[in-house]
Design a protein around this ligand. Structure first.
Ligand SMILES: Cc1ncc(COP(=O)(O)O)c(C=O)c1O
Length: 391
C-alpha cells in the first residue's frame, strides 16, 4: 500500500493540485512581464483584436530572433503540430516515427490526422529520440520523423537530418520545450521543415496558450497558412464588402489562428526571452555543478553541440517515489512530467522493445526550474537532494 504523505500544512500530498501548492517551492512557475497589461490595454482600445498587426509582429519577432525564414501562429502547440502534419499531407495509412517520451500532445497530434505513431527508443542519457532506433523503425509507410528536444535539450539534429535526407522524410521538431535553445550555434527554428514552439503557460515565455510553427520551406509555409484558417491564406482576403473570401476553397482547413490579444502577450514575453534564458542557465549550471557525482541522482548528458534553454531540469533518481515524498515533505515540489506514451491504450499499449524508455519511465523526475526561484530556494533544493543522497 502507498504510504500516506503529508505536506508542511498536514494535507495529503496525493490531493494537492499543482495550482494549489502555494508555500511549496514549485517545479514550475509562470512569468508575465509587468508591461503586458498596458500593452493589452492599447490593443483593447483599437477596433481590432482578431488576427492582425500584433499576430504579424509576433511571427516576425520569432523569425528575427531565431533567424527563421517563415512562421505561422496558432492557438496552441497541439494545433501547431496537427497543422504541421496536415500541411505535409500526412494522413490515414501513414506512419510517423516518433518519440514515446514526451507530453502526449506530441503523439495525439499524429492520431488526430489519422496516421500511426511508430515509437522509436530514446537515449537514456538525454531522454531524446535515438537516431539508431529511428532507422530501425522506418518502413514503406513512414512519411515523417518527429523529434522532441526534451526539456529544451536539442536532439542530435545532424544525425536525424541525415536520416531524413537519406529516406526523403520531412522532420517535425516538436520544440514545445526548446524556445531559445541552440544546436551547433544555431537557434532551434533557424532551419528545419517544421519547428513548433509552444507558448503554453509553463513555457520559457508564455502567451497563455499559443504556438509558432517555423519552416524554411516555401511550399510547407503556404500549406500551413491555409491549414490554420479554413483552407484560406488570410492574407489573400479581399477588401470586397460583399465577398471577402476567395472564389473557391479547395482544401479543408481548421480554426487554429492566433488572435491579437494572445499575440500581444507573446510579443511582450519575447522581449524578455533573453533574461529568462540567462536566469534559467544560471540555475541549471549551478545544479549541474553541485549535483554532480551523487550516488542516487544522475544528471543528463549535455553534448557540446547542444545549448539547452533549461525549460525543464529532469534527472534520473533511484527510488523515485521515496525521493518525491522526501522532497514534498520538505516543501519542494518535484514532478514526473510525463509517462511513456505507448502505455496508453490510444497508442496501442506498451511496446516491449523500448528498453531505455522503460528505464526512464521508472527513474526520471523533474526538479524545480523557473525564474522565480531565489538563490535560497536553489540552495535548499540542492541541500535537500544531497541529504536524500546520503540516507
Ligand atoms: C513536448 C510537447 N509537445 C506539445 C505540447 C503541446 O503544446 P500546447 O500545450 O501548447 O498545446 C506540449 C505541451 O506542454 C509539450 O510539452
Amino acid at each position: 500500500m502507498k504510504k500516506e504523505v503529508l505536506d508542511q500544512r498536514g494535507q495529503k500530498i496525493d490531493h494537492i493540485k499543482d495550482y494549489e501548492s502555494d508555500g511549496f517551492i514549485r517545479t514550475w512557475s509562470i512569468h508575465i512581464p509587468e508591461e503586458t497589461a498596458s500593452e493589452l490595454d492599447k490593443v483593447f482600445k483599437t477596433t481590432w483584436i482578431n488576427t492582425g498587426k500584433k499576430e504579424k509582429e509576433f511571427r516576425n519577432k520569432v523569425c528575427d530572433m531565431f533567424g527563421a525564414k517563415h512562421a505561422v501562429a496558432c492557438n496552441s502547440g497541439t494545433a501547431g503540430l496537427k497543422a504541421a502534419y496536415t500541411s505535409l499531407g500526412i494522413g490515414p495509412g501513414d506512419e510517423v516515427v516518433t518519440t514515446p517520451y514526451s507530453f502526449i500532445a506530441t503523439n495525439t497530434a499524429i492520431l488526430e490526422v489519422g496516421a500511426t505513431p511508430i515509437f522509436a527508443d530514446i537515449e537514456y542519457d538525454t531522454l531524446n529520440i535515438d537516431p539508431k532506433s529511428i532507422r530501425e523503425k522506418i518502413t514503406d509507410k513512414t512519411k515523417a520523423i518527429n523529434c522532441v528536444h526534451f526539456g529544451g535539450l536539442p536532439v542530435n539534429l545532424t544525425e536525424i537530418r541525415k536520416i531524413g535526407a537519406e529516406f526523403g522524410l520531412p522532420i517535425i521538431e516538436d520544440s514545445a520545450h526548446a524556445l531559445g535553445s541552440k544546436y551547433k550555434g544555431d537557434y532551434i527554428g533557424a532551419k528545419g521543415d517544421m519547428v513548433m514552439f509552444s507558448f503554453q503557460v509553463v513555457k520559457v515565455v508564455t502567451c497563455g496558450d499559443g504556438a509558432i510553427v517555423c519552416t524554411d520551406n516555401e511550399k510547407y509555409y503556404n500549406n500551413l497558412k491555409k491549414t490554420i484558417w479554413y483552407g484560406i491564406d488570410r492574407e489573400t482576403k479581399k477588401a470586397d464588402p460583399l465577398d471577402p473570401l476567395p472564389d473557391d476553397i479547395t482544401e479543408l482547413g481548421f480554426k487554429m489562428n492566433m488572435n491579437d490579444i494572445t499575440a500581444t502577450i507573446g510579443c511582450v514575453a519575447m522581449d524578455h526571452l533573453q533574461e529568462q534564458l540567462v536566469k534559467r542557465k544560471e540555475i541549471g549550471e549551478r545544479y549541474r555543478r553541485e549535483l554532480s557525482g551523487l550516488n542516487k541522482l544522475t544528471l543528463l548528458n549535455y553534448s557540446e553541440d547542444s545549448e539547452p534553454n533549461y525549460q525543464l531540469f529532469p534527472v534520473h533518481i533511484q527510488d523515485r517515489e521515496k525521493f518525491a515524498n522526501y522532497m514534498f515533505e520538505r516543501g519542494i515540489q518535484v514532478n514526473v512530467n510525463n509517462r511513456r506514451n505507448d502505455k496508453y491504450t490510444i497508442f496501442g499499449g506498451v511496446r516491449e522493445d523500448l528498453v531505455n524508455t522503460a528505464k526512464v519511465d521508472e527513474d526520471c523526475i523533474l526538479i524545480p526550474m523557473h525564474t522565480h526561484l531565489t538563490d535560497g530556494d536553489v540552495t535548499k533544493i540542492i541541500t535537500t537532494i544531497k541529504e536524500y543522497d546520503k540516507i
